[in-house]
Ligand binder design. Structure first.
Ligand code: NAD
Ligand code: MG
Length: 391
C-alpha cells in the first residue's frame, strides 16, 4: 500500500519549532512534504530551507528583511510571497492539508485564524492564539470542522492520554512544568536574575520569548489557558506539578483514580510529528528513552507564592472573555522590556497583574475588541515601566 503524502504549511519555519518540524519532514521518507515555508526576519535561513525543501510557497512576512536577499537562487518551482497578509493566503491554499502554526506571540494569531477559516487541520504550537481568543477560535474550528491538534508537549501528552478513556470519565488533568532555571531560587535571588541567566533553560532549547516565559512560569499559566480551550475543562480541573526532568509530559486522571501519562525525552520532534501524522504513529527522528540507564523522576507541587504567574493562568481560564488577550499582550510587552534590559525579571509578572487588573472585563468580546485590547495592554506596560522607573 502506498501511503499518501501530507502537505504541511510550516508557519514560522526558521524558529525553534519550525526547524524541528523540518527535521521531522526530512526524516519522514516522503510521508510529509513542506508545501509552505514562512519566516519573518531570518530570510537567509528561509532561502536555504526553500532550496532544500522546495515548497510551493515561500513567505517572507517582513518586507524590509526580504529586500536584502538574493531570491534569484530560489528554485523555479517556488513562488515567493512577501508581506504579512501572504501568510494567510498560503495557509489557506487548496494544496495544504495541515498548517503547523509556529509563529511566536500574538503575531501567530492570523495564520492560525486563516487555517481554521479554510477548514484545515491545525497543528497548534502558537498557544497564544488560544490564550487570546480561545472562545472564538474553538467556535470557528467547530463551524469549519477544522481539527486543532496540539504541538505543545504537555497538551500533546494529554491529547494522547485522553485516548485511554471517554470524555465523561476524565476527573482532571495535570500539566507538568520543568520549573525553569530558577525553581529553587529565593525571592532575593530572583530579583537579581539577568537576561543571560533567564535564557539558559535546563531541559528545553526554545525561542527567546518562551524561554523567558518558562523561567517566570508564565508559560505554564498560558498552558493552563490553552488546556482550558483545547480540552473544554474548568480551571479547577487543571493542575500543575513541577517535574524538573521534563520526561513525563503531562497526565490525565480518570474518575476511577487511574492516571495515564505520556513519557519521552524532552525533544519537540515527537509532539510535532504526532500532530502531523495523527492518528498514525510512525518511526521518526525524536530521541528515545534509554531504559538501560537509571532514571530518577521527581514531582513536587509548584510554589505559587514565588511564581505568581500561575494564579494569573487559573484566573484567565476561570474568567475567559477578555482576560487572556490582555494577559498575553501584557506578558509579551513585559518580556520584551526585560530582554531589552529595561525592567527586572521580578517586574514581569507584577506588571502583567497590574494591567489585567486595570482592564474593563467583557465576557463575549469580538476579535476586533481583543485586538484593540492587545494594543492597549502593550501601551499600559510601557506606561507602567515609566511610572516604576520614576519611583
Ligand atoms: P522562535 O522565536 O524560535 O521562532 C518564531 C518563528 O516565528 C520564526 O520563524 C520567526 O521568523 C517567526 N515570526 C516571528 N515574528 C513574526 C511575525 N511578526 N510575523 C511572521 N512570522 C514571525 O519561537 P519558537 O520557540 O519556535 O516558538 C513558536 C511558537 O511555538 C510559540 O507560540 C511558542 O509558545 C510555541 N511553543 C514552542 C516550543 C519550543 O520548544 N520552542 C514548545 C511549545 C510551544
Ligand atoms: Mg509546553
Amino acid at each position: 500500500m502506498t501511503r499518501s503524502t501530507t502537505n504541511v504549511a510550516v508557519l514560522g519555519s526558521t524558529g525553534s519549532i519550525g526547524r524541528n518540524a523540518l527535521e521531522v519532514v526530512a526524516a519522514s521518507q516522503g510521508r510529509l512534504r513542506a508545501t509552505v515555508l514562512s519566516a519573518f526576519s531570518n530570510t537567509e535561513l528561509l532561502l536555504r530551507q526553500a532550496c532544500e525543501f522546495r515548497p510551493k510557497y515561500v513567505v517572507a512576512a517582513d518586507a524590509e528583511a526580504a529586500r536584502g536577499v538574493n531570491w534569484a537562487q530560489l528554485p523555479t518551482e517556488c513562488e515567493l510571497l512577501i508581506g504579512p497578509e501572504a501568510i494567510a493566503r498560503a495557509a489557506a491554499d487548496a494544496d495544504v492539508d495541515v498548517v503547523l502554526t509556529a509563529i511566536v506571540g500574538s503575531a501567530g494569531l492570523w495564520g492560525t485564524w486563516a487555517a481554521l477559516e479554510a477548514g484545515k487541520t491545525v497543528a497548534l504550537a502558537n498557544k497564544e492564539t488560544l490564550v487570546m481568543a480561545g472562545t472564538l477560535a474553538t467556535k470557528l474550528a467547530a463551524e469549519r470542522r477544522a481539527q486543532i491538534i496540539p504541538v505543545d508537549s504537555e497538551h500533546s501528552a494529554i491529547f494522547q492520554a485522553l485516548r485511554a478513556g471517554r470524555p465523561g470519565e476524565v476527573a482532571r488533568i495535570v500539566l507538568t512544568a520543568s520549573g525553569g532555571p530558577f525553581r529553587n531560587y529565593t525571592h532575593e535571588q530572583l530579583a537579581e536574575v539577568t537576561v543571560a541567566d533567564a535564557l539558559a533553560h535546563p531541559t528545553w532549547n526554545m525561542g527567546r520569548k518562551i524561554t523567558i516565559d518558562s523561567a517566570t512560569m508564565m508559560n505554564k499559566a498560558l498552558e493552563i489557558i490553552e488546556a482550558r480551550w483545547l480540552f473544554g475543562l474548568d480551571a479547577e480541573q487543571i493542575g500543575v506539578v513541577v517535574h524538573p526532568q521534563s520526561v513525563v509530559h503531562s497526565m490525565v486522571e480518570y474518575v476511577d483514580g487511574s492516571v495515564v501519562a505520556q513519557l519521552s525525552p524532552p525533544d519537540m520532534k515527537l509532539p510535532i510529528q504526532y500532530a502531523l501524522t495523527y492518528p498514525e504513529r510512525v518511526a521518526g527522528p525524536a530521541t528515545k528513552l534509554d531504559w538501560s540507564q537509571m532514571h530518577k523522576w521527581e514531582f513536587s507541587p509548584p510554589d505559587v507564592e514565588r511564581f505568581p504567574a500561575l494564579e494569573l493562568g487559573w484566573e484567565a481560564a476561570r474568567t475567559g472573555g477578555t482576560t487572556g488577550a490582555v494577559l498575553n499582550a501584557a506578558n509579551e510587552a513585559a518580556v520584551a522590556l526585560f530582554l531589552a534590559g529595561e525592567i527586572k525579571f521580578t517586574d514581569i509578572v507584577p506588571a502583567c497583574r497590574s494591567v489585567v487588573g486595570q482592564h474593563t472585563f467583557e465576557t463575549e468580546p469580538t476579535l476586533e475588541r481583543l485586538i484593540a485590547l492587545d494594543r492597549w495592554a502593550r501601551q499600559e506596560i510601557a506606561t507602567w515601566n515609566c511610572h516604576s522607573a520614576r519611583r
